[in-house]
Design a protein around this ligand. Structure first.
Ligand code: FES
Length: 114
């Protein structure tokens, strides 16, 4: 069975000209249906709201237009055209490293936009 996803804050460094900007993003550490570690972006694939985990519903539930997703990010209901976006990740020296990317909203296929 699937356990509850865990929210983690990761820091993103972006080089903007000669300035380095650091921002924080929330991701969810969860398991896929093969029991493997999986990291999901918290950005809703519908229109970009931050999707919270609802312990009472045992699902991700987007507050904006009601999309819901299973603990491993698959679509359950609502207007999103795909499940939550998995991010590439690896564990190095016991530390989780996440490659944070943005994906196009409102489309069924996951497409990197930056
Ligand atoms: Fe999440 Fe619309 S932005 S359902």
């Amino acid at each position: 069975s699937l356990s509850a996803p865990v929210a983690r804050t990761i820091q993103i460094e972006q080089l903007d000209g000669w300035r380095k900007a650091v921002s924080e993003k929330t991701v969810y550490v969860t398991k896929n249906d093969r029991g493997e570690l999986c990291v999901l972006s918290s950005i809703c694939p519908h229109l970009g709201c931050t999707v919270p985990w609802s312990a009472s519903k045992s699902a991700f539930a987007c507050p904006c237009h009601g999309a819901t997703f299973s603990p491993d990010g698959k679509q359950i209901s609502g207007p999103a055209l795909r499940g939550m976006d998995a991010l590439q990740s690896t564990v190095q020296d016991g530390q989780l490293m996440v490659r944070f990317q943005y994906f196009r909203q409102l489309v069924a296929d996951k497409e990197v936009i930056g």
